[in-house]
Structures are given as C-alpha cells and as structure tokens.
Design a protein around this ligand. Structure first.
Ligand code: NAP
Length: 269
C-alpha cells in the first residue's frame, strides 16, 4: 500500500539509538525506500540498519562540530534527499555555572546550529523538486523550561520555535515541516546528560511510542506532535498557567538535578 513516504530517501541524524533509531525503523515500515543513518557509533547504526530491512547508508559524523556537519553534507551531496530528520541531540544536567562551558557550547552547536545548517542545505533542493519534509525533534521542556537543564531547555526552545516558524513559512509549499516535542522518554538521554533516571519519572513513554506518534503526524501533515496525552495536558497547563507558577512546579520537578540528594521539596534526603 502506498503512503506519503513511499519511495523516499530519508536522512536521519542520531539514528544509532533511542528516538532516532525508532524513527528510522518506522520510516522504513511506512514506505521509505532508503535511509541515510548518521551518528558516531557505527555498530549501533548497523543494528538500526538491520532492523530497518531496507537499503541504509551509514555516515559516521560528529555533528557537534562544524567539520562533522560539513562532512555529512559532503557525503550526501549530489543525492536526492526527500526527508530530513533532525533528531541528534544531547542534554546536560546540573547548575548552569557548574557545567563546563565547552560542553555547553558543543551541546548548543549540536542541538541548534547543526540542524539549522543541515536544513538550510537540504531544503532548497526539496523546494526545487517540490517534494520533501523536515522533521525536527524539539522537546516539551522547550515550552516549559527546566532549572537544572537551563541551557538544554534553551536549545529546545529554539528548536520548537524555529521548526514552527519554518512550518508557517512553508505553508504555500508542498514541503512538510513537523515538530515533534516529546516529553520524558526512556532512552540513554538522561544517563548521557549526567541525570539519574530516578529523578525524572513523570509520564515516561517508550521511544517506539514517541516515534509512532511522530510518523502518524508526518503522514497526516499535522505540523506539531506533542507525544502522549499526559504531555499534551501538561503543555496545556504550561500555556495557561502564569510563568511564576510554571517556575515553581519546574523547580520541584527538577530539584534533584539542581541539588542531588534532596527530595522534591528541596529538603536533604
Ligand atoms: N529522552 C527524552 O526524554 C527526550 C525528551 C525530549 C526530547 N528529546 C530529544 O530527542 C532526541 C533524541 O534523544 P534520545 O532521547 O533518543 O537520546 P539518545 O538515546 O541518547 O540518542 C541520542 C542520539 O543522538 C546522537 N548524537 C549524540 N551526540 C552526537 C554527536 N555529537 N554527533 C552526532 N550524533 C550525536 C547519538 O548517536 P551517537 O552516540 O552514535 O553519535 C544518538 O543516536 C534529542 O534531540 C533529544 O534532545 C529526548
């Protein structure tokens, strides 16, 4: 049965793990013809490729660097790319002033600049061919904000706004722009960010569920997908509550990241 994705060649960044790996599998299951899977971990990319069961090309590139982004773009140059999934991203947990600036710079580059550069380079040919999509992985925290993940929240606020604005800009073009804003998802993300998963539990979803909702949103050209009904309710509250109240709740939820060893009231455990 043919679908919007039938015959498409799609580039997925951060395809070696978590949400990106599941997005790649779902793209393949929903008609994509071939995939370009990007990441740094070759063996994990190979595992994703095996699960996809369609032709996959692997590109090893560190997208936290300008050279890595240029390398990925040069490896795909001359190829028709029908879809771009800007998924690669990392978080950093802790007090802003305690986290090394070099790590925060790299995170900002990966989470923001890399996807701006990839989108800028690949959107123009999509417009010429009058076909294509870009899926951005933002986050619920980009709407709410999160103490203990201040710079990360900022990067995701950027992704959310950038993707939505670009979608509005493209309204008269046959190019689909989708923002996926997941809430807490069970992946390696928190461990890699230096955050104990015991501290972040609210409404966890599996990466398969999140990817499934994203692909359904892409197929129906929904524009924005907030994965999970609990997260949609949370976003509703974030939008209508005064910001001081959002800050108060946020401080309670994230208190363990700010001061490990305290309970959610901020008292020592
Ligand atoms: N998990 C959550 O609760 C959650 C919630 C909201 C939004 N998100 C967003 O979802 C996206 C995927 O995260 P995830 O939860 O699936 O985390 P994950 O399982 O840790 O996956 C992160 C992916 O990003 C890639 N990556 C990390 N650093 C990279 C670099 N320097 N260059 C190239 N690729 C890099 C990793 O591949 P390699 O290690 O192979 O490079 C991996 O495939 C991120 O943008 C994240 O911000 C996650």
């Amino acid at each position: 049965m043919s679908s919007y994705l039938t015959g498409m060649n799609v580039l997925v960044t951060g395809a070696s793990d978590g949400i990106g790996a599941e997005l790649a599998v779902k793209l393949a299951q929903n008609g994509a013809e071939s995939l370009i899977l990007a990441g740094r971990n070759r063996s994990r990319l190979e595992e994703t490729a095996l699960r996809c069961k369609i032709p996959c090309r692997l590109v090893i590139a560190d997208l936290a660097t300008s050279e890595g982004v240029d390398q990925l773009l040069s490896e795909v140059s001359g190829e028709d790319i029908d879809g771009l999934v800007n998924n690669a991203g990392v978080g950093l947990g802790g007090r802003f002033e305690d986290l090394p600036l070099v790590d925060q710079d790299q995170m900002i580059f990966l989470n923001c600049q890399a996807l701006v550069r990839l989108s800028h380079s690949l959107l123009q040919p999509m417009k010429v061919r009058q076909k294509g999509f870009i899926l951005f992985v933002g986050s619920l925290i980009g709407y709410a904000g999160g103490p203990g993940m201040a710079a990360y929240s900022g990067t995701k606020g950027f992704v959310n706004r950038f993707a939505e604005s670009l979608g509005w800009e493209m309204h008269d073009q046959p190019i689909r722009i989708l923002l996926l804003a997941p809430g807490v998802t069970q992946t390696s993300f928190f461990k890699a960010a230096g955050i104990s998963e015991d501290h972040i539990r609210a409404g966890q979803m599996s990466p398969e569920e999140v990817a499934g909702e994203a692909i359904r949103g892409l197929l129906s050209d929904r524009g924005v997908v907030v994965a999970g009904w609990r997260n949609r309710m949370l976003l509703f509250l974030v939008r209508f509550a005064p910001r001081w109240m959002v800050g108060l709740v946020s401080r309670k939820i994230f208190s363990q990241i700010l001061t490990p060893g305290t309970d959610t009231e901020g008292k020592k455990a």
